[in-house]
Design a protein around this ligand. Structure first.
Ligand code: PPE
Length: 311
């Protein structure tokens, strides 16, 4: 269960956790009009460090723009500062941060352009998304009977709340059938992504991941994996992936803020590689966790240090 922290930021002010409530007739409740982010803050020897804060805030602003919701009065820089303060005022060493912009209370009806856009920033402690053991052993997943949101229906480059109705169908079906997660195919039948993760396939030492345009979220961890693989001299390409390549892969893994880098050991009950985390997944995990935990130099400037409050 969610463990409350002290404060949530709403439209420029810190309010008590329990006061961060919305009216049932807020536009977002009927029509799904929200965009959001998920960001992790890691504990390092020099204090809490937020992973790729500017990239996450930029994606929030982009998500809002796609839905004509970028009418809130906060700039990229103000949101970044507020997020750093949020972690500081809640006195957390590590946490998950959830910025949300939503169409609030006012008019009723689909359009929503007359409703206020309210911005909230919240954070809480969140452990391993797919379980602690999964990080070394891998998870059992399936290909979903649900397709991923199709182009020109719900835009995949916007991290909108409404997209997660599709993700819920994918994940609930997978869990009901005894899997940890579901992988969705795009409208053409090519591999897209997990319900809440991007996906990578390794074969013969080369990594492939579905390109933007196959209904994937432009994952910030995905981008980190692309960068780290290149750093490590591992060949990595963005390429359309036929479903069956999953089954004959040497390794498959997920990436995401919540999921971090999580190996997959079986898909549709077909064993992937040796049925546990493979060597390329492991070396990428080592590099990723080394950087976020502050034990490997932050050579790409991915960490924003949270100021320690004097008060
Ligand atoms: N695809 C989807 C559909 C997705 O939701 C996420 C993040 C990703 C890819 C990976 O993106 P990024 O976090 O930028 O690397 N999913 C978030 C939601 C998790 C949740 O259950 O809520 C996350 O990982 O924070």
């Amino acid at each position: 269960m969610l463990k409350a922290t002290e404060k949530i930021w709403r439209n420029g002010e810190f309010i008590a956790w329990d006061d961060a409530k919305i009216h049932v007739l807020s536009h977002v409740v009927s029509y799904g009009s929200s965009v959001f982010e998920g960001i992790r803050c890691y504990e390092t020897a020099s204090g809490p460090a937020i992973f790729r804060l500017p990239e996450h805030v930029r994606r929030l602003v982009d998500s809002a723009k796609i839905y004509r919701m970028d009418t809130f009065q906060f700039t990229q820089a103000e949101l970044e500062t507020a997020i750093l303060e949020l972690v500081a005022v809640n006195n957390l060493r590590s946490c998950y941060i959830r910025p949300i912009a939503l169409r609030g209370y006012g008019a009723m009806g689909v359009n929503g352009m007359k409703n206020p856009v309210d911005v909230y920033l919240a954070c809480w402690e969140w452990g391993k998304y797919l379980g602690e053991e999964a990080m070394a052993e891998g998870v059992d997943v399936c290909v979903s009977s649900w397709s991923r949101i199709a182009p020109n229906t719900l835009p995949a480059l916007s991290k909108a709340g409404a997209n997660y109705m599709n993700s819920q169908l994918i994940n609930m079906e997978a869990v009901a059938n005894g899997y940890a997660e579901g992988i969705a195919l795009d409208k053409s039948g090519y591999v897209s992504e997990g319900a809440g993760e991007n996906i990578f396939v390794v074969r013969d030492g080369k990594i492939v991941t579905p390109p933007l345009g196959t209904s994937v979220l432009p994952g910030i961890t995905r981008d980190a994996v692309l960068t780290l693989a290149k750093d490590l001299g591992i060949e990595i390409v963005e390429q359309t992936i036929p479903r069956e390549l999953l089954y004959i892969a040497d390794e498959v893994f997920f990436s995401g803020t919540a999921a971090e880098i999580s190996p997959i050991r079986s898909i549709d009950r077909i064993t992937i590689g040796r049925g546990r985390r493979g060597p390329i997944t492991e070396v990428l995990q080592k590099e990723f966790f080394g950087i976020v935990n502050g034990t490997i130099a932050d050579r790409h400037g991915w960490l924003s240090m949270v100021p320690v409050h004097a008060a």
